[in-house]
Design a protein around this ligand. Structure first.
Ligand SMILES: Cc1ncc(C[n+]2csc(CCOP(=O)(O)OP(=O)(O)O)c2C)c(N)n1
Ligand SMILES: [Mg+2]
Length: 488
C-alpha cells in the first residue's frame, strides 16, 4: 500500500516541475517511499504558499535534473513492488492541475469521438434571418461590392480563355478557379494591401483584387520576358513583391509554416499587419499544416488560415481525405479561434474574414476559416475529373454557383442589370484577349536568365555552367531558336 502511495506521488511530482524542484532540496532525506510521501505533503503545502524570487527560480531550475534522477529511482522501485499493491487509495490533491486542459473528472468510461460534439455550423447570410440587414449594408458599400462582383466575373472570363489556350497547346498548363471565386474575392476584400498573402495556387482572384494586372497574369502564364518570375515558374504560380503576395510554390502546404513564420516576424516587429494563408482541404493532410497550426497557436501569431474545402484533392474526395468534423474541427483542438463558412455566400465569407482580421490583430492570435465550396472545373489541365465524379454531381453544384447568387442580390437592390452584365463581360473579354495576344507575341526571357536570381551571388559552379552553355549555344546556334529569346 505504501508503495502504491509513493508511485502516485512520484508520478504526480514529475508532472509538476516546481514540486520536483522543491523536493530536490530535501532529497538527501528521502530514504523510503513512506518518507517520500510524508515529504510530499510538506512540499505541497509549501509549494502553494511559496513566492519565488528570480534568484531562487534560477537556483531551483539548476537542480531540476538531479532531482528528477532521484525521483526516477523511486519510480523504478515502486514499479518493482507493483505486485504488492492492495488498495487503490488515492493520495495527493484530489484535483491536480493539469496544464491547459480543464479539470473535469468523470467515472464514466467512455471514448470521445467526432459524434460526441455537434458539427461546427456553417455561417451563412444569404437565405438567413440576417439577410435583410446585410443587404442594407451592401448599398453603403456599393462601390466595393461592384468591384468584388466584377473581379469574380473577370476571373471566370480569364479562366475560360487561358484554359482553352492550354488545350490548343499555346501555354503549358493551367488551373481554373470555377466555383471558388467567392472564397477568393470575399476574403481578399477583407484584407489590406499591406497584409501578407501566402496562397496555394487556386487563388488568382486574391491577386486580381490586390491589383495584379491582367497582362501580368498572361505574361506569367506565357513565361515571357515581361513575367516577374522570368519564366522560372509553371503557369499560375504567380507572385508579386509589390502586392505582398508571396510566390506560389508547387509542393503542397509549404506555405503554411512559412506564413506562420512571417506572422511571428510581424508580431515581433509590433506591426499592425497580419498574414493570410490559403490552402485546400487536401493540403491540410500534410504534416506541415499541423506544425503550422501548433506553432501559430503556441507562439500567438497574427495569421488567418483560410481553408478552401472544395470537396476534392485532384481525384481524392473529401470523404477519403479526413474523418471527423472536417478541417474546422482541427482549429479548436489546436486552440485556434475557428469559423466554418458557406463558401458560396459572398457576404458570409467577407464578414467572417473581416471579423477574423479584426480579432487576429486585436488579440495577436491565429484564426482558422474553413470555407465550404466545390471545385467545378477539373483539378488542372493535367486532369480529367469525369474519371472520378459524375456529370450530375457537377450539375447539382453548378446550380449553387456563387457568382449567380451574388448577381441576383445586386440586381434585386438595383445595383446591377442585364445590360451592365453584357457590357462588362464584352469589354473584359476584349481586354483579356488583347493582353493575351500581346503576351503570346512577346519573346521569352534571355536564356541566360535561367542561371540568375537563384543565388544572391552566383556560385562558381553555376558560373561555369553558364559559360559552358554560352559556348555551346554559340557553336550550335543553327539548332536553337535563339530569336525567340530576348537578346542581351
Ligand atoms: C507535397 C505534395 N504532394 C503532392 C502534390 C501533388 N498535388 C498537387 S495538387 C494536389 C491536390 C491538393 O488538393 P487541395 O489541397 O484540396 O487543393 P485543390 O486542388 O482542391 O484546390 C496534389 C495531391 C504536391 N504538389 N505536393
Ligand atoms: Mg480541395
Amino acid at each position: 500500500m505504501v508503495t502504491q502511495q509513493c508511485l502516485q506521488f512520484v508520478h504526480y511530482s514529475s508532472s509538476s516541475t516546481c514540486v520536483v524542484v522543491l523536493a530536490s532540496s530535501w532529497s538527501h532525506e528521502i530514504h523510503t517511499p513512506l518518507h517520500c510521501f510524508s515529504l510530499y505533503l510538506q512540499l505541497y503545502h509549501s509549494f502553494t504558499q511559496l513566492r519565488l524570487s528570480n534568484w531562487n527560480c534560477l537556483h531551483l531550475v539548476m537542480r531540476v535534473t538531479w532531482a528528477k534522477k532521484i525521483f526516477n529511482q523511486f519510480s523504478a522501485q515502486c514499479l518493482i513492488h507493483k505486485g504488492n499493491f492492495t488498495t487503490s487509495a488515492t493520495f495527493g490533491p484530489s484535483n491536480p492541475k493539469f496544464p491547459i486542459i480543464s479539470n473535469n473528472f468523470t467515472d464514466e468510461l467512455k471514448f470521445t469521438n467526432a459524434t460526441s460534439y455537434g458539427s461546427i455550423p456553417i455561417y451563412r447570410i444569404l437565405g438567413s434571418a440576417t439577410e435583410d440587414e446585410a443587404m442594407a449594408n451592401i448599398e453603403l458599400e456599393e462601390a466595393k461590392y461592384i468591384k468584388m462582383y466584377k473581379d469574380m466575373v473577370t476571373i471566370t472570363v480569364m479562366d475560360k480563355i487561358l484554359y482553352e489556350s492550354q488545350r490548343q497547346g499555346r501555354i503549358s498548363f493551367y488551373m481554373t478557379n470555377s466555383g471558388e471565386e467567392t472564397v477568393q474575392i470575399g476574403t481578399a476584400a477583407a484584407l489590406s494591401l499591406n497584409d501578407v498573402v501566402y496562397a496555394q495556387y487556386r487563388e488568382a482572384g486574391v491577386l486580381l483584387w490586390r491589383g495584379f494586372k491582367l497582362k501580368q497574369f498572361m505574361n506569367q502564364c506565357y513565361g515571357n520576358c515581361e513575367d516577374i518570375g522570368k519564366g522560372k515558374q509553371m503557369p499560375v504560380h504567380y507572385g508579386s513583391k509589390e502586392l505582398n503576395f508571396v510566390t506560389i510554390s508547387s509542393p503542397l502546404t509549404t506555405q503554411l509554416p512559412q506564413a506562420v513564420g512571417a506572422a511571428y516576424a510581424l508580431k515581433l516587429a509590433h506591426s499592425d499587419r497580419c498574414v493570410a494563408v490559403y490552402f485546400g482541404e487536401g493540403a491540410a493532410s500534410e504534416g506541415d499544416a499541423h506544425a503550422a497550426f501548433n506553432f501559430a497557436a503556441t507562439l500567438d501569431c497574427p495569421v488567418i488560415f483560410i481553408c478552401r474545402n472544395n470537396g476534392y484533392a485532384i481525384s481524392t474526395p473529401a470523404r477519403e481525405q479526413y474523418k471527423g468534423d472536417g478541417i474546422a474541427a482541427k482549429g479548436p483542438a489546436y486552440g485556434i479561434n475557428t469559423i466554418r463558412v458557406d463558401g458560396n455566400d459572398i457576404f458570409a465569407v467577407h464578414n467572417a474574414t473581416r471579423a477574423a482580421k479584426e480579432w487576429t490583430l486585436a488579440n495577436g492570435k491565429p484564426v482558422l476559416i474553413e470555407a465550404m465550396s466545390y471545385r467545378i472545373g477539373h483539378h488542372s489541365t493535367s486532369d480529367d475529373s469525369s474519371a472520378y465524379r459524375s456529370v450530375s454531381e457537377i450539375a447539382e453544384w453548378e446550380k449553387l454557383q456563387p457568382i449567380a447568387r451574388f448577381r441576383q442580390c445586386l440586381e434585386k437592390y438595383g445595383l446591377w442589370s442585364e445590360e451592365q452584365e453584357k457590357e462588362f463581360v464584352s469589354s473584359i473579354k476584349k481586354q483579356i484577349l488583347s493582353d493575351f495576344a500581346a503576351a503570346e507575341k512577346n519573346v521569352k526571357p534571355n536564356w541566360k536568365e535561367v542561371f540568375t536570381d537563384v543565388y544572391y551571388n552566383m556560385p562558381d559552379h553555376i558560373k561555369k555552367q553558364s559559360e559552358a552553355m554560352a559556348k555551346h549555344v554559340d557553336q550550335y546556334k543553327e539548332h536553337y531558336p535563339v530569336e525567340l529569346y530576348k537578346q542581351q
